[in-house]
Design a protein around this ligand. Sequence first.
Ligand code: PMV
Length: 320
Amino acid sequence: MRATAIAQPNIALIKYWGKRDIAQNLPAVGSISITLSELYTEMTVQPDASLKRDELVVNGEKSSEMLPRISACLDQLIGLERTFARIESRSNFPIAAGLASSASAFAALTVAAARATNMSPTTASLARHAGRASGSAARSLYGGYAELANGSDGIEVTTLCSANAWPMSVVVAITQVAAKAVGSTRAMEISRQTSPFYDSWIEQQAGDLDVARRAIEEHDFAALATIAEHNCLKMHSVMWASRPPMMYWNSATLACMQTVRRLQSEGCDVFFTIDAGPQVKAVCLPGEAARVRVALEHTPGVIEVMHTGLGAGARLLDAS
Ligand code: PMV
C-alpha cells in the first residue's frame, strides 16, 4: 500500500535544548509548542519488495542526506524485517534552516509509514517514534498548543489548548535560506559538555513550563510573551557560552528582534522566538498580524515573510 500524510512544523515557546539519553533521543527537559497551519511537509511511503534499500526524494530530487535517519525511523516503527520503501517528501518552506522541517517530516513519516504497512498505532506511540528521530517531531503529531512532558519512562505529549480555543498568528521572517552549519543534535551535546549555563538552564525549565502552561490556560498573552522570550534568550545564552560558541543569528535576526521590540513599545501584542537557526518567528494575536507582517517586511535583511495561524496534528491524506 502507498500512503501519504501531512504534518505541520511546530514552534517551541518553551524550548527543548539538551538530551538526557542520546541513544534513545530523550530530551533533558520538557517543552511547550504551537503547531502551525500554513507550512507543511507531505510524506508518501510506498513499500516495494523489489528495492534493495530505501529511496528518498525530497522536493522532487533524490536525496541521501536525510536517508539514514528516515531508514532508522522506519526500522524502529515497522521492525528490521520490513520491506524497503520509496519515500517522497514535499515541503513548502526552507528545510534544515531552523524552521522545524525535521519535526513536520518525521511526524508525517510515522503516520504515512504506519498506514502503508497496515499498522494502527496510537498517536502517543507514533509521537514516541517520531520523537526518537527528532525530539521536536513528537509535538507535530498534536495540534494547537502541545506540551511534551519528559517523564522517567519516556516522553508524553498532550494538547494544552486547541488551535480554535486561543487563535494565534505567527509571522516568520526568513533571514537566510541556507541550511544551518551545526545540526541541533551536535549543538545540544556541545552545550551540555561545555556551557557553564547548561545546568541552570535544565534546573529552571520546570518553572518556565509552569508559567507558560498557566498563561495558555488563562489566555494571558502578556505572561506568555514574557516567559517565551525569556526562555528563548536563555537557550541562546547557553549556546553562545558554549565552546565553540553556537551563534545561529545574523544581523537581520537582530534587526527583526528590534522591530518586535518597537512594535511592543507601540502597544502591539507580539513576541519573538528563535530556534537553532537565523529565522525569527513573531507570535501575535491575529488582529496584529498585518501590522507585524509589514514591519518585518520592511526590516533590513529580511528575505521573505510568511504568515500562518495554528493548525492540526499530523494526519493521513491518502492511502491506496
Ligand atoms: O528536534 P530537534 O533535534 O531539531 O531540536 C529542536 C530544538 C529547538 O528547535 C531549538 C527547540 C525546540 O524545542 O523545538
